[in-house]
Design a protein around this ligand. Structure first.
Ligand SMILES: [Zn+2]
Length: 448
């Protein structure tokens, strides 16, 4: 049955369609895609049998897209904050390998549950705790499915010997397991799997090539961390005589399917190369600040024509999971770096956090326009954080608080109503108790 969502205004890529007297409507077909946007009364006459959700006097904007996250890290918030990168990483290596699939499920519920309340309708979870199989991966996908959030699992591939064994696979294992998992989610409208050779510092050349080839086979993008810290530049120079992206390019795998995470320490030439290849950047400004990584030359990526999406990164290196926060951080940090308040606008970062994320994941969402998936949020325009009504597009990025987010709709399903989860609420109910027990047991065994 079609669904008709009525509101006071709808933000489309071109316009803010607004009718405070009669209202405007967004009609969704049985395929869960937007079929029409227009005056409320016309759509009601056209589709009298549509199920009506009357959200007037709220305002509809696209749901935002978290293009890079590690959901299990939400369970590790607060355990190694304010430490140098190596100490932070060693602490989470130690704790992460103790997680069972049930823990991973709870971590994903925590991360995704919080994201939904922050208006995130699609998340890409970059996941690497495989323990040689897919049981932990399935726990992430199950949590996403249970909460109704759209989720792409970027299945990490690692064959370097330094990370814990639970992260590592042979190339054959990594390819076979990713293929199996991708097949399992086929036909699920919310879930997707893509290959993610972890990074130049955690992959052999053959692993990166295998990940890129698998993306061709599965017809997906592929994701990889690149140059988050300067140590990686030193490493690839020492091992291969090339900088990180130069090394990836030398493998012959750079293409429009390539999305690099962070890209903090790339030369202008490498950035131009990524843009020329049609690749993209998944930018995580809060995480870069939290870990003291440095400042990505974002304007250069934009000039080079690279696609840009935003990510919160893991909950233990941010420690928030809000893409609206990342939009704000991206704009503010770049203004600081350039000593120029005009270097990046609210409108630009809003596109990065919506359509940019959709493009990075190869999913038809991120904008309220006909043909796209019906993923959106309903905001209260009278919320104090959206006052006064001078410039909505600026307020969304610089001023809005999540108190303004009232309802969240994914694929025409209302997953949050009046700031309460309506899908998966039972799974979330005792989550704080289970997390408290998890912390207690890790303290007792000395891993925290
Ligand atoms: Zn990451």
């Amino acid at each position: 049955m079609p669904a008709l969502f009525l509101a006071q205004s709808i933000l489309t890529p071109q316009d803010l369609i607004n009718d405070p007297t009669h209202g405007v409507g967004l009609l969704v077909g049985d395929d869960r895609r937007i079929a029409a946007i227009g005056p409320a009364d016309e759509l009601q006459i056209w589709q009298p049998n549509a199920k009506v959700y009357d959200y007037r006097p709220l305002l509809l904007v696209p749901g935002v897209i978290n293009a890079h996250n590690h959901s299990f890290q939400s369970m590790m918030r607060g355990i190694a904050d304010d430490r140098p990168f190596n100490e932070w990483r060693d602490a989470f290596y130690r704790v992460s390998v103790s997680f069972t699939p049930e823990d991973i499920y709870d971590g994903a519920l925590l991360a995704f549950g919080e994201m939904l309340l922050r208006g995130i309708t699609t998340v890409c979870d970059f996941f690497y705790l495989h323990h040689g199989g897919n049981d932990h991966d399935r726990a992430v996908l199950r949590a996403a499915n249970d909460l109704g959030i759209r989720c792409t699992l970027a299945r990490s591939m690692i064959d370097a010997t330094r990370p814990p064994e639970a992260y590592r696979e042979t190339i054959e294992q990594a390819v076979a397991n990713t293929r199996v998992l991708a097949k399992e989610v086929q036909g699920n409208p919310l879930l997707r799997v893509l290959p993610a050779p972890h990074s130049p510092h955690n992959c052999s050349p053959e692993m990166v090539r295998a990940g890129a080839a698998l993306a061709e086979e599965l017809d997906t993008p592929w994701h990889t961390h690149v140059a988050e810290g300067y140590y990686e530049v030193e490493l690839t120079q020492r091992l291969y005589g090339l900088p990180p992206l130069g090394w990836i390019a030398s493998l012959g795998v750079l293409s429009p399917r390539t999305n690099i995470v962070h890209g903090v320490h790339l030369s202008p030439k490498e950035i131009d190369r990524l843009g020329a290849a049609g690749g993209g950047l998944l930018y995580c400004p809060s995480s870069n600040m939290f870990l003291g990584d440095g400042i990505t030359a974002l304007p250069r990526y934009v000039e080079a024509g690279a696609r840009v999406a935003l990510g919160s990164d893991g909950g233990s290196s941010n420690n928030r999971v809000s893409v609206f926060d990342e939009m704000r951080m991206a704009a503010l940090l770049q203004k600081v770096a350039a000593h120029d308040g005009s270097v990046l606008s609210a409108e630009q970062v809003f596109v990065m956090g919506t359509r940019g994320g959709a493009a990075a994941l190869g999913i038809d969402t991120g904008a309220l326009e006909v043909g796209r998936l019906a993923d959106f949020i309903a905001l209260d325009p009278r919320d104090l954080s959206l006052q006064p009504p001078t410039n909505l597009r600026k307020h969304l990025v610089y001023a809005m608080n999540s108190s303004a987010i009232r309802h969240v709709v994914i694929g025409a399903v209302e997953v949050v109503h009046d700031r309460q989860h309506t899908v998966g609420a039972a799974a979330l109910q005792n989550l704080p108790d289970r997390l408290a027990a998890m912390v207690e047991s890790r303290r007792a065994s000395g891993v925290i």
